[in-house]
Each structure stands twice: as C-alpha cells, then as structure tokens.
Design a protein around this ligand. Structure first.
Ligand code: GLY
Length: 349
C-alpha cells in the first residue's frame, strides 16, 4: 500500500503540479456544500474540473451518495486515466475513496482533508467506506489515495470545536508513540493556535499512524492499536446520541482516552504522572461528559456491542506506558465501572 503524504500550505500549487504531471483525461472534484463554498474558490487549479457535490455530514456518507458520485463520474466520461480529488472531512474522503476505488475497478484519487480529524485519521491509511443499514463504515475497501495533501490553511473555515475534536486523535497517536510526544501535545495552546507548529504536529501525528498502518494495512492485529480510547469513546458518543445531545466524535475520544488510561494504570501500571497530565488537559479543553453512575450499565452494554467486541466482552487497547501498547484486552465490567468512577473524578463531573 503506497501513499504519498505531502505537507504544505501552498495547496493550489501542489495540486496543480500533481495534476499537470499526471496526464489525466478528466479531473473530477468531490466536495460537500461547505467545502464547495469555502475551499473550492481557493483552488483555481480545479476550475476546469467536473464538480461533484453532495450534502455535508456523516449521514450522507451512504449508498445514495455513492451512486450519485458514480453517476457523475460516468457523465464526465471518466476512464481509468481519470482522477478524483476529494476535498473535505472524513465523510468526503471515505466516500470519494470508495467511489474511486470501485469505478472501472479503480481510478486514482487524491485526498485533500480540510479538517484535523480528516488529516490525521480518515484521509491517511487506505480505509474507505460508507454507512449501511444503520452501521458505520459497513461497506468499504482498503484503497490508499495516491497522494494526501495535509495543510492547515483550510482549518479556519471550521468551528473551533472541530479543530479540538481532531486534536484528540492526535493525542491518541502521541500516546501510542512516546511520553515525549504526548507532553509536546499537552503543551500546545488550543485557545491560541500557532498554525505553523500545528502543521509540524500534524506531520508527526500522520507519521505515527503511517508507521502502524505500514505494519498491518488491513487491520489483522497491530492496527487495532489505533482504537485506543475508542471503546469507551464510542459508548459515550452513542449514549449522548441516545439522549438527543450529540457530542463531537473527538470529544468522546478525549474522554475515552482518559478512561482507558485509567484502566491501563489500574491493570498495567501506566504512569500516574502521564494519566494526571492527560486528564488535566482533557478537562481544561473538552470539559466532561454528562454521565452518572446510573448510565454505567448502558455504557457497558454499548461497549459489549462494539465492533471490536468478541463474544460480548469489552475489548480495549491498553498501554503499559506511552509507546508500549497491547491490543485485544478483555475488561471485566467491574473494572470498567471502577474506571468510569475515576474518570468522573478526574474530569470533575
Ligand atoms: N481510524 C483507525 C484506522 O484508520 O485504523
């Protein structure tokens, strides 16, 4: 699986070079109505491209949108020598990647993520997909973009909480890498963004993911490490949704990372300094989830039904210390309840 990742802030020139050197017979660009309005005008090199627009949001990452993209690629006369440029967040790069990977058995595509979450997670690593039958990413293939262009120049088109949401995934990568990397991120001032520094951090973050994906591109084992924080995070996210008070994915991941660091501390001796540093940063930047002990049973049921769960048991990635992880750990419900108590104490619920 080869995928070139470029880091730059002159996106139009970079894209122009790639398109100019590719000898494509048609160039198409997939956008949602937000990136169509806010990002496309900043990319004059795409002014002659066929525009394919879909409605924004994960709920539109579905079969109807996929058919729409296929249809417009067909109408544009796309062949195997054509190129699709995906401009948007994770929903766009997931959907566009799948559309390109399946059209005429596969055409080249470029991912231009416009969110932090997209840049450090969805756009890199070759996962593509759509939601189906109420299940997230139920249909998809592993297919890397030929190039991913990572930049910070479109991040100010988004609400600040979107940026924070993606930063939580960067913290996850740092925890999987080293204590030094974690402390570097915990030192970053999210209330006054230094975009140059952020681009450097995005670079390190993507490299951590690339390194894991290179060893296990199709998630047979090691890649599951990237689920750190997500067992508890997904359960909190689903509970919030059930209560009609959705929370951004990255906020739920931020709380999930603290909860799973607590379990790592209780069961594997993950250092308390790292746990407290992490918890303080998350409390200050992401607040706390609305959970009480009355929600524990529901949260545990949700965790037992998580995609990663086998035989109805709670499955988590845990850390001996930053950079030293173990996958496929089974967590007893009582240990999880204990961790949720400590999580609420640490976050001041
Ligand atoms: N989002 C986790 C992965 O790419 O494996």
């Amino acid at each position: 699986m080869t995928q070139q990742v470029l880091y730059c802030n002159d996106v139009d020139a970079t894209l122009n070079n790639i398109i100019g050197g590719g000898n494509y017979n048609a160039v198409m660009v997939l956008v949602d109505s937000n990136t169509c309005k806010l990002v496309l005008p900043q990319l004059p090199c795409l002014s002659n491209a066929h525009i394919i627009e879909i409605a924004p949001g994960d709920e539109n990452k579905n079969l109807d949108s996929l058919v729409h993209v296929w249809q417009l690629m067909h109408n544009a006369g796309a062949t195997r020598k054509s190129l699709l440029v995906n401009v948007g967040g994770g929903s766009i790069t997931d959907l566009g990647g799948l559309a390109a990977a399946t059209f005429k058995r596969g055409i080249a595509f470029i991912n231009l993520p416009t969110t932090v979450l997209g840049a450090v997670d969805a756009a890199v690593g070759g996962k593509t997909g759509i939601n189906f039958n109420g299940l997230k990413n139920e249909i998809g293939v592993f297919a890397p973009a030929s190039t991913v262009i990572v930049s910070t120049c479109f991040l100010n088109t988004l609400p600040h909480r979107e940026l924070k949401s993606g930063f939580a995934e960067m913290i996850k990568h740092a925890m999987l890498s080293s204590q030094k990397q974690l402390f570097k991120l915990l030192d970053f001032d999210l209330s006054n963004i230094d975009y140059e520094k952020l681009l450097e951090m995005l670079k390190s973050s993507v490299k951590i993911k690339e390194n894991i994906v290179a060893q296990d591109p199709t998630e047979q084992g090691l890649r599951k490490a990237l689920n750190l924080g997500h067992t508890v995070g997904h359960a909190i996210e689903s509970l919030a949704m059930e209560h009609g008070k959705p929370v951004p994915h990255g906020y739920a991941v931020a709380w999930g990372l603290v909860a799973e660091a607590v379990i790592s501390h209780l069961t594997l001796g993950f250092p308390s300094d790292d746990l407290y540093g992490l918890a303080r940063f998350m409390r200050e930047n992401y607040g706390a989830p609305s959970i009480t002990c009355y929600h524990y049973d529901r949260l545990i049921t949700l965790m037992q039904h998580d995609k990663k769960s086998r035989d109805g048991e709670i499955n988590c990635t845990l850390l001996n210390k930053c950079g030293d992880f173990t996958i496929d750990n089974t967590i007893a419900p009582d240990t999880m309840k204990n961790a949720l108590d400590i999580l609420r104490d640490l976050l001041g619920v």
